[in-house]
Design a protein around this ligand. Structure first.
Ligand SMILES: Cc1ncc(COP(=O)(O)O)c(C=O)c1O
Length: 427
């Protein structure tokens, strides 16, 4: 019989991404647990889309009730979406009081780029050289991993990503200033080329770059360099947002930096396609005056019901506080890893990066992959990230508890023991 993987390729074409060498067929989810078609249960320590837990009954119920009442596009007035916009924007400071809704993070980021351009009258965009912000044409042009056909457009500049193993400027202390200097150089270059700087786009914790380790003030110099030339700061909160960092509702709160435009996605609807952009009224007006913007299936009553239920559950179950508490336990437990191939552990609440190197200190993607596969076989799901895909990425649904941390770290210990350190070639 044709396997699901073969059928997928036949029907959807080659190279459709899956996790794991032998992809899982997941058929059910509940809380922090997933079940495959054979009935095996997995602890989900990777998925950030089911933010308040897989199939949370309150989200399911809110969506189902609204679906049975009204599900239409966004060209009618509806109090539900305004109530949600009010609730969502109330979680921001810095004069960020207005929201625009989309279905995916990519769409929201696409709007953010155009908004920055409309607000500044310039076109230049600066991003880091090891990131992912989405898949529309304009946003995909920021990808270093899959460069655009025909090369990068002239208004895009990529600056080196911060890195924990090889920090910009030679040390972790020097890294923020070195990053800011690279941003300033890129802005100068864009000015000389006649584009000028519209925006710097970053994830506040650099999640796709492998969590290089940031804290209060880390982005201050870069933000100042952007503002000095009249650009705006776009932060991509698709991964760290909605309480994941444990101490703050948004990742940029951890850094105490004030963004101009914030992009949100994934977690917002707990799986229902809901993304948003939050900004100041002047930037919103600059965009709306120029482009209007209509998105058929965004800002619908059903999307609002999903988003509102997620905020309710977050508050009622204290999930931001839980991310802080359980995240502290995760930090402590990961600190007990005594393996010589673990070069670093970085955590921000319920988000962790564990960097795997070989005996000579070089990135060891093969061992990281072996660890991820072995953990999957032992019933615990994690992923990989980083320029060389050698960083273990842990980012569970937010109801993750201490007992789950213990099980995760026990499986990690076992997987590391079963995938021994590789010697590595001497430099
Ligand atoms: C940081 C970041 N930004 C934006 C996106 C794009 O979101 P979406 O897949 O909803 O378009 C992603 C998706 O992985 C992401 O990780």
């Amino acid at each position: 019989m044709e396997s699901l993987a073969a059928r997928r390729t036949r029907l959807m074409g080659p190279n459709v991404p899956t996790f794991y060498r032998r992809p899982l067929e997941i058929v059910r989810g509940e809380g922090v647990w997933l079940w495959d078609a054979a009935g095996h249960r997995y602890l989900d320590a990777y998925n950030n889309v089911p933010h308040v837990g897989h199939c949370h009954p309150r989200v399911v119920d809110a969506v189902a009730r609204q679906l049975a009442t009204l599900d239409t596009h966004s060209r009618y007035l509806h109090a539900g979406i305004l109530d949600y916009a009010e609730r969502l924007t109330a979680t921001f400071g810095d004069g960020l009081t207005q929201a625009l809704f989309a279905c995916t993070g990519s769409e929201a980021m696409d709007v953010a780029l155009r908004m920055a351009q409309a607000a500044t009258g310039r076109t230049g965009i600066v991003a880091t050289d090891n990131t992912y912000h989405g898949n529309t044409n304009a946003v995909a042009q920021l990808s270093a991993r899959r460069p655009p056909l025909g090369g990068y457009p002239p208004h895009v500049r990529l600056v080196p990503s911060p890195d924990a193993r090889a920090p910009l400027g030679g040390s972790m202390a020097a890294q923020p200033a070195a990053f800011a200097a690279a941003v300033a150089r890129a802005a100068e270059d864009l000015a000389e080329a006649g584009h000028g700087l519209a925006a710097l786009v970053v994830c506040p914790v650099f999640a796709n770059e492998g969590l290089p380790g940031v804290g209060r003030g880390w982005l201050d110099a870069a933000a100042a360099a952007v503002r000095e030339v009249g650009g705006v700061l776009i932060v991509d909160e698709v991964q760290p947002g909605l309480g994941r960092v444990g101490t703050h509702m948004w990742g940029h709160g951890l850094l105490r930096v004030a963004p101009d435009i914030v992009v949100l996605g994934k977690a917002l609807g707990n799986g229902h396609p809901l993304a948003a952009l939050v900004t100041r009224p002047d930037h919103m007006a600059a965009f709306r005056d120029r482009f209007g913007y209509f998105n058929t299936t965004a800002a619908t009553p059903v999307a609002a019901a999903a988003g509102t239920a997620v905020l309710d559950v977050m508050a009622d179950e204290g999930l931001c506080e839980n991310a802080g508490r359980t995240g502290a336990r995760l930090t402590e437990a990961l600190g007990t890893l005594s393996d010589a191939g673990i070069a670093r552990v970085t955590t921000h609440g319920l988000m962790a990066a564990v960097e795997v190197v070989d005996g000579t200190g070089h990135p060891d993607a093969a061992r990281a992959e072996a660890v991820v596969e072995r953990m999957k076989d032992a019933g615990v799901l994690i992923g990989r990230i980083g320029r060389q895909m050698h960083v273990l990425k842990i980012r569970p649904p937010m109801p993750f508890a201490t007992a789950h941390v213990d099980r995760l770290v026990e499986a990690l210990h076992a997987a590391l023991a079963a995938a021994p350190l590789t010697e590595g070639a001497p430099a």
